[in-house]
Design a protein around this ligand. Structure first.
Ligand SMILES: C[S@@+](CC[C@H](N)C(=O)[O-])C[C@H]1O[C@@H](n2cnc3c(N)ncnc32)[C@H](O)[C@@H]1O
Length: 270
């Protein structure tokens, strides 16, 4: 699998030159909402891409007990961030580096935060999608094109310096597991198969077993796939690497609960 750093380098190499991102701070209420919206907690590692004066990473450590890394191209902002971290008493929990965000290894992050520009978000998108399923990504104001956010929160910013709206949008995504393709059952359900088509955090497909076929459609949150509880009941699947397990099934599919499927190596289940 490509690491975040390789993906980022590729994205940068193919990219056209884009506008530089100026230093504008996320206001305190926006910073707080970015971290709350991602559910940051002790054990999380937050990477802020373009960390400015370090406020996001410092708040993540001070209020939410996370560790963090801020990468920033402006050395004077990195020095300022280090001093602020010392003043806030979190210098042992956070790191600030003078570094191009496109050359940063994102794999250690459980949460990525960014306040960049739309073009930057789109260039980062392939590397973000390649991160561990369940990694949360929060972007101040800018989205990621057709990878729609799982949730968007709007926060009032009466003194906002840029744009006409006196508010900020906070977009949240959770990196979905890669589940596209054919999955084959073993054991008691041998012969059953699941075929899935995935578009970002949405999937559709079929579960086929003996003479029964069930249409599947729903959303992926990290490693969990969930169909809505319709007439045939909710189905929850858990994806772990090359295994897809039916964690819970209702209605006439209750029998398949616990069944496990492996990613097919060919075009059919043999
Ligand atoms: C809009 S500011 C956001 C600062 C901070 N994240 C916040 O929300 O308060 C964007 C920051 O990204 C930095 N930046 C721009 N391009 C960068 C790059 N290629 N690598 C690292 N930092 C970059 C800028 O210097 C600026 O400080």
């Amino acid at each position: 699998m490509l690491t975040g750093i390789i993906c980022l380098s590729l994205a940068r190499a193919e990219a056209q030159p884009i506008e530089e991102v100026p230093f504008i701070t996320s206001p305190d209420n926006v910073t707080l909402e970015m971290l709350s919206s991602a559910g940051v907690k002790r054990g999380d590692h937050v990477i802020d891409l373009g960390s400015g004066d370090g406020r996001i990473v410092i708040l993540a450590a001070k209020k939410f007990e996370a560790t963090g890394l801020g990468v920033e191209i402006d050395p004077s902002l990195v020095e300022r961030s280090k001093a602020s971290a010392r003043n806030a008493g979190v210098a042992d929990k956070v790191e600030f580096r003078v570094q191009d965000l496109f050359k940063t290894d994102l794999a250690p992050a459980s949460v990525i935060t960014m306040y960049l520009l739309p073009e930057f978000n789109l260039q980062l998108r392939p590397a973000l999608l390649a991160l561990k399923p369940g990694t949360r990504i929060v972007s101040h104001d800018w989205d990621m094109g057709d990878w729609k956010p799982d949730r968007t929160t709007v926060v009032a910013v009466p003194n906002k310096a840029v744009g006409r709206e006196k508010s900020s949008k906070i977009h949240l995504w959770t990196v979905p597991a890669k589940v596209d393709g054919l999955w084959c059952a073993s054991g008691l359900l041998r012969g059953a198969s699941i075929t899935l088509t995935q578009t970002y955090q949405n999937f559709s497909g079929t579960l086929a077993w003996r003479d029964r076929t069930r249409e599947l459609a729903g959303t992926i949150s990290g490693s969990e796939l969930r169909t809505p509880a319709g007439s045939s009941g909710e189905l929850v699947l858990q994806a772990t690497g090359d295994e897809l397990r039916i964690a819970s099934a209702q209605g006439n599919m209750a029998l398949v609960q616990g069944a496990s499927f492996r990613r097919a190596s060919g075009a059919t289940c043999s």
